[in-house]
Design a protein around this ligand. Structure first.
Ligand code: PGA
Length: 251
């Protein structure tokens, strides 16, 4: 049995005041037994989140890290080792907003993935196709390539200490969710691709769905056999909504 994981990606949202209010709500949540929960605040608020959620079962992660694993002369970047030192457990790598808006390439995603693991943190590797790619029938090819480059460079065993998040770009922040069947098809393909290398790793790895997940659609998505939880953007900024999604993962 894979333990469901729900992670909240706050993206570039929040002020000191709104974050304090959100953390207050999160601290009061009754996280269901058997569900792992993490939140990924902007770097600026990681310390505030760690303090506010100390003693709760909610883990903290970052949304990005430098390609260099260790601290050094690299203005404006944050090293994975610094995130580990701060108390983070997770790092999101390869989110589509970084790939498509900032121009992050596969090679950089691979280096960040490796940097994260080299200091004992767990990467959440995001993969997903654009609307254009889906309409061209290329979904499985694109997602397969994004996964293959990590397997080829780092080996399949790295997925013993990582999570994959399938996030169709057309479903992120748009209110358009993949249907449970559409998502399941891609999740099953991701698991099969890993299984072709190592059946045990594939069976154990958690594959999260992300893209306009909310309390109202979470249960049917999480009910699919290869969907092991969610990566939640907009809906993670509301503690009650996020809490309801966590409950859906536990039912
Ligand atoms: P969304 O974002 O839930 O707001 O669609 C998901 C994500 O980008 O991680």
């Amino acid at each position: 049995m894979r333990r469901p994981l729900v992670a909240g990606n706050w993206k570039m949202h929040g002020t000191r005041a709104s974050v304090a209010e959100l953390l207050d709500g999160l601290r009061r949540l009754a996280v269901p037994n058997g569900v792992e929960v993490a939140v990924l605040p902007p770097f600026l608020f990681i310390d505030q989140a760690l303090n506010a959620l100390a003693g709760s079962s909610i883990a903290i992660g970052a949304q990005n890290c430098a390609e260099e694993a260790r601290q050094g002369a690299l203005t404006g970047e944050i090293a994975a080792s610094q995130l580990a030192d701060a108390g983070c457990a997770w790092v999101l790598v390869g989110h589509s907003e970084r790939r498509l808006i900032i121009g992050e390439r596969d090679e950089q995603v691979i280096r960040k993935f490796a940097a994260t693991q080299s200091v004992g943190l767990r990467p959440m590797l995001c993969v997903g196709e654009t609307l254009e790619q889906r309409e061209a029938g290329k979904t499985l090819e694109i997602v397969g390539q994004q996964l293959a480059c990590v397997i080829e460079s780092l080996g399949v065993a790295v997925f013993e200490r990582a999570v994959v998040a399938y996030e169709p770009v057309w479903a992120i922040g748009t209110g358009l969710t993949a249907t449970p069947q559409q998502a399941q098809e891609v999740h099953a393909a991701i698991r099969a691709q890993l299984a072709a290398e190592d059946a045990e790793v594939a069976q154990a790895v958690r594959i999260l769905y992300g893209g306009s997940v909310k309390a109202a659609n979470a249960a049917e998505l999480f009910g699919m056999p290869d969907i092991d939880g969610g990566l939640i953007g907009g809906a993670s900024l509301n503690a009650d909504e996020f809490g309801a999604i966590c409950c859906a993962a536990g039912s």
